[in-house]
Design a protein around this ligand. Sequence first.
Ligand code: ADP
Ligand code: PMV
Ligand code: MG
Length: 393
Amino acid sequence: MQVKDCLVSAPGKTILHGEHAVVHGKVALAVSLNLRTYLKLKASSNDKVCINLPNIDTFHCWDLSDLKQFIPYINGTKDEAQRLDAELVRRLRDFVGFTNGNLNGNTACLTFLYIYLSVFASGELPALTITVWSELPTGAGLGSSAAYSVCLAAALLSAAGTIPTSLREWDQTARWCQEDLEHINSWAFQGETIIHGNPSGVDNAVGTWGGMLRFLAGKIIPLSRVPLLRILLTNTKVPRSTKALVARVKDKINKFPSIMNPVLDSVDAISYTCEKVLTCEPITGEDYSILEELIDINQHHLNVMGVGHPALDTVCRVTLAKGLHSKLTGAGGGGCGITLLRPETDSSVVQNTMQDLKDCGFDCWETNIGGPGVQQHSPSSVKEEILEILEQY
Ligand SMILES: Nc1ncnc2c1ncn2[C@@H]1O[C@H](COP(=O)(O)OP(=O)(O)O)[C@@H](O)[C@H]1O
Ligand SMILES: C[C@@](O)(CCOP(=O)(O)O)CC(=O)O
Ligand SMILES: [Mg+2]
């Protein structure tokens, strides 16, 4: 079976409020970034399935004949993503071999193989090569796992013919219809389940639809009438794993339910209050003071949940010295923080703050938020340096 080549991308995200609480049924407000993950899928004629993941230094090829052994273990119709098939995951985990210390790479391979086998299970397995390159730091709270899963789902469903490859010759980019996006999102959620253990689904929803959205128990509400926020992103470069942090919070809730549940309720109220402020135009200086206070309160709550880190405390302290308010974003435990800038914040204040953060050894940049969700690309619509990386393999 020969598949059609394709090129897709999906954005990363930042969570304004509600990380962790969203896993336990509370509201989260999240917005897509202008940093994207790109995936190129190419048909091959060598009876091999290959994956190139240069961001995490992971490169693998499998023989089609070895992969065919899993087909009998794939249950039911795979047109629709159902609950994660734990037995298939277990078998694939043994096959990938989690003993060589490359946990990130192994998890990424497992996620790819699971979606690949599932979407092609009812037909013939095709030989193909997938290459992924991301502008996002991996494992830093900006939803790189979701952008990866969304790209995998979009490209593999396209290659399987489950969703159309509707890019016409003269198009630069194209998006899918709502129904196809829902399909992509549900497979991306399976990918996130392999990577995160127990994801809320907010990250893959942003990767799929883009823009700003409110997420509550699987329900996605786009927030289109919100002002463009100026946000500084700081990567402390402290490595951490979302899976471990989500599990840590769950343990704490189980251990101290009467102490932790009010904290989650308070985070929920913060998200509601933030949404109310953001959707009441125009936003005044007083509103910005409220937004700043909400950031401070939530950061304390996240510390109470046990997902803070001294490096994140440093981000908060350094920015507050310039009158700016910060919180961690994503799973915490290291990774990235966000700092809210007011529309009138002087560029010299921004530059000085960024320099202070860089002097601490952090990466720091002012970001553009609200990038489009998952897209198909013609090669000419992808930045040359990214295309060059993808074409190397
Ligand atoms: N560009 C990429 N290439 C390969 N795998 C990736 C890429 N981006 C993310 N991943 C997968 O996602 C994992 C990181 O996910 P996670 O801990 O949730 O952090 P993040 O906050 O970036 O989503 C990596 O270990 C890897 O398995
Ligand atoms: C902590 C959490 O709320 C967000 C995790 O985001 P990230 O993987 O750190 O980018 C988990 C989730 O919602 O699935
Ligand atoms: Mg993640």
